[in-house]
Design a protein around this ligand. Structure first.
Ligand SMILES: Nc1ncnc2c1ncn2[C@@H]1O[C@H](COP(=O)(O)OP(=O)(O)O)[C@@H](O)[C@H]1O
Ligand SMILES: [Mg+2]
Length: 249
C-alpha cells in the first residue's frame, strides 16, 4: 500500500475574515509528483505554507509524516515563490546552499558532512562548476537551481516548489524540467505553477486550486474543474485543448 506522507483534511484558512482555503482535503503519497495549478490569489502559496506549518488552519487537520507539520518540517524541502535575498549581497553559491544545512540553528558551524551534502546537491542540479560564483551574478534560472540545491542539501523526503519555473527562459525551463524528472525518481514533489501545459507533461497527479481544491487523485483534469477553479471557460486558459488531454498518451 502507498505510504501517505502528507494529509490535509477539511482545511480552511481565513486572512482577516476572507476565506483563502475552504474545506481542502488532499492526500499525498511517497513518490507522488503533484502539480497544483490555479489562478493568482487562488491560495496555492498558502496551501504550501499550511503543509510547512507556517500558516495554521482555522479548521481541519494537517499531518506531515503522521504528525504536526512543525514537528516534521525537517523532512520537507521548500523553495519559496520569490527568493528573498539581496542581489548585491556578496555570498557565494556554495554558502547559499550551506545555509540549507543550518536547520533551526541561527549560527552554525558547518561540518565536513554539511559541506559534502551541499556539494552533492550542487552536483545534482548541475551547478557545481559555479560554486564559488556570487549568487547575484547568476541568471534567474541558475539562481533557481541554487535554491533547489539549498533545499536538497537538507536531505528532504518531500520537495515543495512554489512557481519554480516562473521568470526563467524557455531553454532553462527545458533543463529545469529535466532536473525534475531526475528528482522525482528519488523524492515526493509538490509543485505549484500556473503553467498547465508544462505541469501536465511532468506530474503524476494534478490538482486545481481556487480557494477550493479540485482533485481526483489522478493526472486527469475535468474541464468542469478547470472552469470552476478559473471561473472562465477552459478554452481561454488551455487554448481549446479538450479535457482528458492531460492524460498520458
Ligand atoms: N499573509 C497574508 N495576509 C493577508 N492576506 C494574504 C496573506 N497571504 C496571502 N493573502 C491573500 O490570500 C489569497 C491567496 O494568496 P496566495 O496563497 O499567495 O495565492 P496564490 O499563491 O495562488 O497566488 C490572496 O488573496 C492573497 O492576497
Ligand atoms: Mg503564490
Amino acid at each position: 500500500m502507498a505510504e501517505e506522507v502528507i494529509s490535509l483534511r477539511n482545511v480552511s484558512v481565513h486572512y482577516g475574515g476572507m476565506p483563502v482555503l475552504e474545506d481542502v482535503s488532499l492526500s499525498i503519497n511517497r513518490h507522488d509528483f503533484i502539480g497544483i495549478i490555479g489562478p493568482n490569489g487562488g491560495g496555492k502559496s498558502t496551501l504550501l505554507k499550511v503543509i510547512l506549518g507556517l500558516v495554521k488552519p482555522d479548521r481541519g487537520e494537517v499531518r506531515v509524516f503522521g504528525g504536526d507539520p512543525l514537528q516534521n518540517w525537517r523532512y520537507i524541502g521548500y523553495v519559496p515563490q520569490y527568493s528573498l535575498f539581496d542581489q548585491n549581497f556578496p555570498i557565494s553559491v556554495l554558502d547559499v546552499v550551506l545555509t540549507g544545512r543550518a536547520g533551526q540553528a541561527l549560527f552554525k558551524r558547518y561540518t565536513g558532512q554539511d559541506k559534502k551534502l551541499a556539494l552533492s546537491a550542487l552536483e545534482m542540479v548541475g551547478m557545481l562548476p559555479l560554486k564559488e560564483r556570487e549568487i547575484g551574478r547568476l541568471s534567474g534560472g541558475q539562481q533557481q537551481r541554487v535554491f533547489i540545491a539549498r533545499a536538497l542539501a537538507a536531505e528532504p523526503d518531500v520537495l515543495l516548489l512554489d512557481e519554480p519555473a516562473a521568470g526563467i527562459d524557455s531553454l532553462m525551463q527545458t533543463e529545469f524540467y529535466e532536473l525534475l524528472e531526475r528528482l522525482k525518481q528519488i523524492m515526493t514533489i509538490v509543485m505549484v505553477s500556473h503553467d498547465i501545459t508544462a505541469v501536465s507533461a511532468h506530474v503524476s497527479k494534478i490538482a486545481c486550486l481556487n480557494r477550493r481544491l479540485f482533485y481526483h487523485d489522478s493526472k486527469e483534469l475535468m474541464s468542469e474543474d478547470l472552469e470552476a477553479a478559473y471561473q472562465c471557460p477552459v478554452e481561454l486558459i488551455a487554448h481549446g485543448i479538450p479535457h482528458r488531454v492531460l492524460r498520458e498518451h
